[in-house]
Design a protein around this ligand. Structure first.
Ligand code: COI
Length: 355
């Protein structure tokens, strides 16, 4: 992978790090001192630049504001006991970013800019990456359409940017979820598999309705029949029936989550039986009723692994059984994954990449 990059770096005169309370981080609320920017115009990307974190100025008619031509990624960096900083499977995010770009009629970006640029940025703000299990630096690369004019056609100018945010967990504690039986997140032939900004905006309203009923998230079902469980919007979802983990295969409607695919490999490595096949709502309701549904958990970069305590479907609520922490697949997998990410155990899969 050629990711060496000669990059212009302008450092801030005053760091904000002293004002950051690393023990009480709210997810995605604090940002580091610098950001990477790179512009696309006349069919090519400019030289990327690292500069102090600052607002971006755009014409009010820029396409992003009107047609939502925007994509992003979510990744993390970790610091090991020797103060080396590591990325987790950045090649997967790079590949998915360009896949999203193609689907949203945006230009692809080179590995040098995406991975080389983010390595240079993380090195610049290295002191913001804290050591220890549970600590990470959340990396948010994104691309927006910047061309002015409200004509409804793809922009020819874009901004690629990377910002960094020190992070702990996204959710604190177990969550309650609601299974969608009316609203949809994605459809066949749509943009559900892309990490498009609009996929998230489309979930806000139905998720707010679920939150008003006391649930944290919606588990989306297939738009055509609402009979198959797909993903939870900020996470992919796993169901444990007896001792087998079930998760839906990726499709046009489901994001190809990096944490999801890593957990499938890790679970198999730990001797857990994993079935990647459509998960019927009926099957989960039946398993909840007969006691064979042991666990549900979400998995994503921001959330890592989030256990579900119970779920609602139509008018019924199903509480999952209590389980000792050491017996929960969710916690065994979380421990296994985060130890690899933080370089506390051997990375037998070769997933970690030094910054
Ligand atoms: C991530 O896990 O990185 C995501 O992109 C989810 C996000 C909406 C917080």
């Amino acid at each position: 992978m050629n990711t060496s990059l000669d990059i212009k770096i302008t450092k801030t005169a005053t760091s904000k790090i002293e004002q950051c309370d690393f023990d009480n981080l709210k997810f995605g609320a604090q940002f580091t001192d610098h950001m990477l920017v790179c512009e696309y115009e006349n069919g090519r990307w400019s030289e990327p630049e690292i500069k102090p974190y600052a607002p971006v100025t755009l014409d009010p008619s820029a396409r992003i504001f009107h047609y939502g031509q925007a994509i992003f990624e979510g990744m993390k960096a970790y610091k090991d006991e020797q103060n080396q900083v590591w990325l987790f499977r950045p090649d997967e995010n790079f590949r998915r970013f360009n896949k999203s770009a193609v689907r949203l009629a945006m230009p692809e970006i080179s590995e040098e800019i995406f991975i080389g640029g983010l390595k240079a940025l993380v090195r610049t703000d290295e002191q913001w990456v804290k050591k220890g299990l549970g600590n990470s630096l959340y990396i948010r690369p994104f691309m927006i359409a910047t061309q002015s004019g409200v004509i409804a056609s793809p922009s020819e100018k874009f901004l690629f940017c990377i910002i960094l945010s020190p992070a702990k967990s996204y959710y604190s504690g177990k969550i309650k979820v609601k299974i969608a039986d009316y609203y949809s997140r994605a459809a066949n032939g749509g943009i559900g598999a892309a990490k498009a900004a609009g996929n998230y905006a489309a979930q806000f309203y139905p998720t707010r309705l679920a939150q008003e009923e006391g649930y944290n998230q919606v588990i989306w079902t297939d738009d055509a029949t609402h009979t198959k469980l797909e993903e939870a919007g900020t996470m992919n979802v796993f169901f444990r029936i007896d001792d087998t983990l079930h998760t839906a295969p990726v499709s046009d409607r489901i994001l190809d989550g990096v944490t999801r695919k890593s957990l499938i490999d890790l679970a198999k490595h730990l001797g857990i039986n994993v079935k990647v096949e459509p998960v019927e709502v009926e099957r989960i309701l039946e398993a909840a009723k007969n006691g064979s549904l042991k666990e549900i958990f979400g998995a994503g970069t921001a959330a890592v692994i989030n256990q579900v305590e119970g779920f609602a479907y139509k008018n019924d609520y199903y509480q999952l059984p209590e389980m000792a922490d050491e017996d929960a697949f969710a916690l065994q997998l979380k421990e296994g994954l985060t130890r690899i990410q933080n370089k506390l155990s051997d990375d037998v899969f070769g997933w970690t990449v030094q910054v």
